[in-house]
Design a protein around this ligand. Sequence first.
Ligand code: SF4
Length: 513
Amino acid sequence: HTQTIWVLGDQLSPNNAALTAADPASAVVLMIESKARGALRHYHKKKLLLVYSAMRHFANDLRQAGWTVDYHLLTDTPDFESGLKRHLETHHPTSIQLTEPNSFIETTALKKLARKLNTDLTLLPTQQFLCPRADFLAWASPRKRLLMEDHYRRLRKQTCYLMQKNGEPVGGQWNFDHDNRKTFSDWHKAGRPTTPIPALKPDTITREVAALIDTEFADNPGTTENFSLPVDRHHALKWLDNFITHRLPTFGDYEDLMVSTEPVLFHSLISPLINLGLLTPQECAEKAITAYENGHAPLPAVEGFVRQIIGWREYINGIYWLRGPDYAKENALHAHRPLPDWFYHGNVPMSCLNHVLHQVIDTGWNHHIQRLMILGNFCLLAGIRPDQTLRWFTEMYVDANEWVMAANVVGMICHADGGLITTKPYAAGSAYINRMSDYCPSCQFDPKLKTGPQACPFNYLYWNFYDQHADRFNNNPRTSMPVKNWLKRPPKDQQAVRDSATTFLKTWVPVPE
Ligand code: SF4
């Protein structure tokens, strides 16, 4: 073997560009479980379990397909350097091919490492996204304002997904979200429909990796118990089919719903699998479209799902490469409070936060509305530092990668890019949460009260937020309404909001002296 194909832990894709370009007879595949990479952040145990188990399964699948795999285990591999050195000494490759990493950190670190070890490293463009990086940059760079919708329509046309022959979208419109926002009371009236997700049992490899994580990363958040995600392509495809058959038809209706006893509802839970490479975005979108064409799933559900995959996912990735590593440091609203410790144990009296945090600590996953409108909304309103919010989101979620979380957290949640990718901040008081969930009836706070010790904190934090940023948001047509309403309030009411917010923040989101 003269050629090495290096495969990273989130490149476990049938479309891995370096693998598809090589021949199993003349190449050896290198895979390294770097302890330092696993310890780069305080990752949730289920996230580490997913990645390392999926890597080991991928290596086995490659061996079965006739590849030679040089696999370096976590226990004897302190970092990428030690793994690569050992590989070079044993295999003496003339060249190393690597699909371009999905993050700046890894791209920089691995290039530097190759120079240090005096080895020739060639990067190939990734195929894990529909939209090549260069193509997104060429489209986005000249634009003053970036809108996901513009990018989404462009990709719909390019892929011909849900398009008619005359160039119009199927169903005559691009977006069916107004059909998708069913509330908690709609769900209740419909007889509280649910569908179980498949219960996958961990196999021997996963159990071995779980024991390893429990020893090597004992202090990390979460637990390895009750892990039930797919860890190889075979099971990932079955998982996808199960979603398409059982949950996709109702996915759109209850996309934004939050039910304390039903963490998954009709969501696909495929983001961890696509982001590792076990599923391709094309096959996910195409299977959903086929379900629509066969009359199995309605258009609003399918369009909403396709928008998540070819719209949001690609857009968020594009923004990451467009804005560069400094994007993660932006803080346009000057939010300065540290992320409180209770984000790691979830013991707070606010029932919504309590439920959502306990769920992510247990499972490593929440659906998008829980992330955006409960946790994210709270971080925004409480003025928590975007860099610390970003770190927490990157650590805690099984589907998190640097590229996913940068624009999602800094841009969408914290509005810290000053509105580059969203036209208004995702801020809401208790009315939204009460309508879309069952969290409020069991809460010690009253969603109807606006100020005082019994009032829902989201209510006064919401107005306190607009008080603090009145100048900025008064000039934006999409946010001038709440600001005008705020400015019209009697000074006494305004002061009551500020007082309630100050008292709450001092206790629950303190700034160290
Ligand atoms: Fe959350 Fe407020 Fe409802 Fe309590 S009352 S669950 S804090 S929105």
